[in-house]
Structure formats: C-alpha cells, structure tokens
Write a protein that binds this ligand. Sequence first.
Ligand code: FAD
Length: 564
Amino acid sequence: MPQAAGHGEDHGRTGPTRRAAIPQRRAFLRFAAAAGGATLLSSCTGSDASHSGGGTATGPAAGTTTGGANGAAPSAGASAGGNPVAYSGPARPADWAAVARDLSGPLVRPGEGDYATAKLLFDPRFDGLHPAGIAYCASPHDVATSLAFARRHGLPVAARCGGHSYAGWSSTSGLIVDVTRMAGVSVSGGTAVVGAGTRLIDFYSGLAASGRGVPGGSCPTVGIAGLTLGGGVGVVSRAYGLTSDNVLSMQIVTADGQVRTASPSRNPDLYWACRGGGGGNFGVVTSFTFRTHPVGEIILFFLSWPWSQAGRVIAGWQSWAPHAPDALWSNLHLAAAPGGGTPSIEVGGTYLGSVGGAYAELEKLYAAVGSDPSSPYLESTTWLHAMLVEAGCAPWTVAECHLPTQNPAGRFMRASEYAKSDFFTRPLSSSGIGTLLSGVENLQLVAGAPGGGGGIAFDAMGGAVNRVAPGATAYVHRNALFQAQYTTGWTPGAASAGVANQRAWQRSFWRSMRPYASGQAYQNYIDPDLTNWRQAYYGANYARLKRVKAAHDPDRVFTFPQAI
Ligand SMILES: Cc1cc2nc3c(=O)[nH]c(=O)nc-3n(C[C@H](O)[C@H](O)[C@H](O)COP(=O)(O)OP(=O)(O)OC[C@H]3O[C@@H](n4cnc5c(N)ncnc54)[C@H](O)[C@@H]3O)c2cc1C
C-alpha cells in the first residue's frame, strides 16, 4: 500500500518516487502544446511568458476554409417575440454615438484605441474579423438596448463570453454583445449566482472561496456562458454531471428585449433548451444560478506508458474508465508531432476520495493494461489547485491564469487549434484500435507548421452524465462510453501550407474512425465541417429545439451557420 500523498508530493505506485509534481505536469503540458496535442486539458495550457505564440498573429491562418463569424443580419424591421422593431436604415455615426450614451458599459468601435484588442477571440485564426462594434454590456438592460439597436439598423448580432468558439461564431461583422462585464460569483448555501461573463478560472476560485465547486471545463479562459449552454464536460462530470446539469435557473434577454427567468417553473422550454442547445441560439444569458457541491481535497493522477504499449493501454482504458466509480474521472490522450519523434500516450484523471481508494482503482487499470505505467504520478491537493493544474496554470496565481488583456498579471496565451469530435457508444474493436494508432502515427508523416502537433483525447463518460435521460435537457449524448476530441495546433501565425497539411491529416484521421464512432458530435466543439450537425449535436432533441427557437426568436435575430 502506498504512503499517503500530500500536497505537491509525487508518488509512484509503490510509494513516493519524485517530488516536483507540478513541474512534471507542466512538462507534459508543454510537450502536448509543443506537439499540438491539444486536449480538454492541454489545449488550454498556459504558456510561459516567453512563449512566442499568442496575440501577435495577424489575420486568420491561410488554409482556413471554414469558420469565421456570424455575418447574417437579422431581418430588418421584423418582430421577435411579439415586439416589433422598426427598421430605421443603416446605423450612422450619430446612431452609434446615441446608443453608446444609452449603455452603461463601453461601446468600442473601429478606429478607437481599444478596438484592436476588443475585437479579438481566443484563437488568432480569427484576428482578421472586424465587427462594426463591441458592446461591453454591464447589465441585462444594456443587452436589451444593444439588441434593439442592432435590430433597428439591421446589424448581425453575436453574443460573446470567453470567445472560445471553435468556429469564431461569437464574432460578427455587426455588433458583438459582450457579457464579460457581468462577471462574478455569489455563493449562498448550496447555490451560487454566477454572472454570465465569468471565466472558468474565476468561476472556480469564486466558488472555492466558500468551499464549493461546480463541474466545468479545464481551459481557464473559457466563458461560463458558452460552456454551460452547450453542456460543459469536465474533470468531475462523472460525479456531478455536466455544468448544464447543475443549472437551477438562468436570466436571459430574448430577441424581443425582454429579461426572462428560465427555470423549471418559468419559461421551462427555454430552461430545457439552454441546457445543451448551444450558445448563441435563444437569447443572451446574463446570469446563471447553479447547484454547488462541497469540495475539499481531490486526487490528481497522470500516468504514461511507452508508445509500444499503446494498443494495450487503449484496450485497458476503455474497459475500465467508463465503468469506474463516479468518483473517478479520466482522460486518455494520444499525441504526435509532424516530422517524427515518438507519439505519446497518457492517462490523466481525478478521484474524489482517499489516496488508498485512488490506488485501488488505478490497480484495476494496470491489470487491464497488463503493465504498470512507466511514469506514474499522483497528488492529493485542494480543489482550486487541481483546477489550476488542469488549466496548465499550476505554478501561477489565479490572477496570472488569465490573458494579459484580461488581467495585468495574466500570463496565459492565446492559441490556434482546429478541433473535431466524436462520441463512442461501443468499445473500440481491435481494428478500431489499429486505425486509431495509425491515425496518430500518420501525423508524423505530415509536413506541418512550426510548433505543429496534434492528437486525440478521450474523456470517460458514464456516471452522473449518463443517468440523465437524453430528452430531459437539450444535451442528448447520454449513452456514450467516452467522448473524443481530435485536435491539431501550431504556433500562431505559422506557415499556412503546414497548417493546411495538418488540417488535412485531422480530417482524414476523423474520417478513418467513422466505422467505430456513434455519429454524435459535441456541440461545444462546434465543427463547421459537419453537414449533418443537427443530428450529430442534437439527435432526437432537434425537433423540440426548433419549436423553442420559433417561439422565442421567430425572426432569427440570433443566427450563425449552425444555428438552430
Ligand atoms: C482551448 C479550449 C478548451 C476547451 N475546453 C473545454 C472543456 O474542458 N470542456 C468543455 O465542455 N468544453 C471545452 N471547450 C469548448 C467550449 O466549451 C466551447 O468552445 C464554448 O462554447 C466556449 O464558450 P465561450 O464563452 O468561451 O466562447 P464564445 O466564443 O464567447 O461563445 C461560444 C458560443 O456561445 C455564444 N454565447 C456566448 N455568450 C453567450 C451568452 N451570454 N448568451 C448566449 N450565448 C452566448 C456565442 O455567441 C457562441 O455561439 C474548450 C474550447 C477551447 C477553445
């Protein structure tokens, strides 16, 4: 039996082996980032200040064939929710000046000092987009004012929170309705009211101050609004469900400018649709009320095996991870880099319980794989520290775990990445495992971009996520064993031919897995390539989502290429 682990200690199976737990984790994260092996965890790895990446690239990467901004204008002069708005022609400078006076938060327009920063999303691929204005709404009233202005002048609208849409659909040629001024966490007993503009690291730290937690994603700068509206998968989802499964109610401004509560008793159709129906569809959410969970110590583990054993690790992991106790969540990550080297395979995860309990569960994985990991690491730590580790920010403070544009202390960097997703409802057969291994290895044959890499990350499902009926909320994917994200990244601003080659590799890899995947895709890993996205994201729930859309946004004020 291993010795009890404490903060910052690094334990092998047979006892402490090394210290410097976090540096080891960050070394993995850096490797993953360098390899472009971006995953739920590693795609959002913070970078050292010396990282050459973020914030400097100009224009979307060449080779980008999809994505890019919601440019469809709402129907001018149309009515929404029974509240007609008269079209008064294109907005003139005087109109912009008038609406700016009406808003309590700032409105930033092209040519103004802050515009170059204000227009940016997380991914430098979208730096070439030029919205006509960014309204930093400080209240639901500001949101209603912005929506009325956009409709009056026929401007396309996009809600924006963390700006992590994989397709850039929180930007627009028209008006961005930014909610980040409505941020903050207020805990009361077992619930928390959270401003819709709160970023994940602030969400976690605000809750942790009261000893509470809500499941969410790993990337610290993802916005709570985008994450929650599309589901929200994170490191304790098997124990506590999706982020959206923990929403008790929300406040939303619909296309008609009305501020509504969506809850089981008020606007229950909106409440249903906004838990998995995807951001940018039904209105602009301004706050959420969440059910919270008490959080104390949490176990983190990271285990790696030599690539030569990858087939056995995949087979062992898939027979173990989805069926483990709810307290155990894990992720299987395979990564490679163009131009050679050896791919890597790692299992990472969390356990809500004792160190001994965690080891007992991990022993089952080792038995299923048929060998011990070559690099085992386990740490018992606080909830907030675990969230910083998962975010790739572990040596930093919460303030540092932001972009420099979000916090003067921020050291986190923007990153470029393409993503595709799958859900798997059956274990991979031996031929599926072979296809998976070849898919990862094929990246090594690609002439990639500087800093290029990629891979696939599987998140274990089951547990609390799958105990919710598929029609109970708009999030339909309740029968998966695991979810996968295929990613490929590069140093922002890198050579376009290499980026295009990596993109082609990713598409071909994803195509090769068609015989094994369920055909469902994760709406939060929104994928402009998908032609059957209605079925893939929403399945049998799409028909009801369309009815909710017709009731609350009949004129499609909120629209983008994959809008309900
Ligand atoms: C690096 C990275 C890491 C990620 N990690 C995870 C993870 O661990 N788990 C997970 O589940 N997902 C993860 N995701 C996916 C993430 O959940 C989605 O991209 C999500 O939509 C991002 O939300 P956002 O607010 O940051 O993005 P935004 O781009 O601001 O918004 C996304 C969509 O929601 C809409 N929207 C934004 N704010 C509002 C609002 N207030 N009201 C209504 N609509 C709104 C936008 O219009 C847009 O359509 C990750 C994504 C990236 C890029």
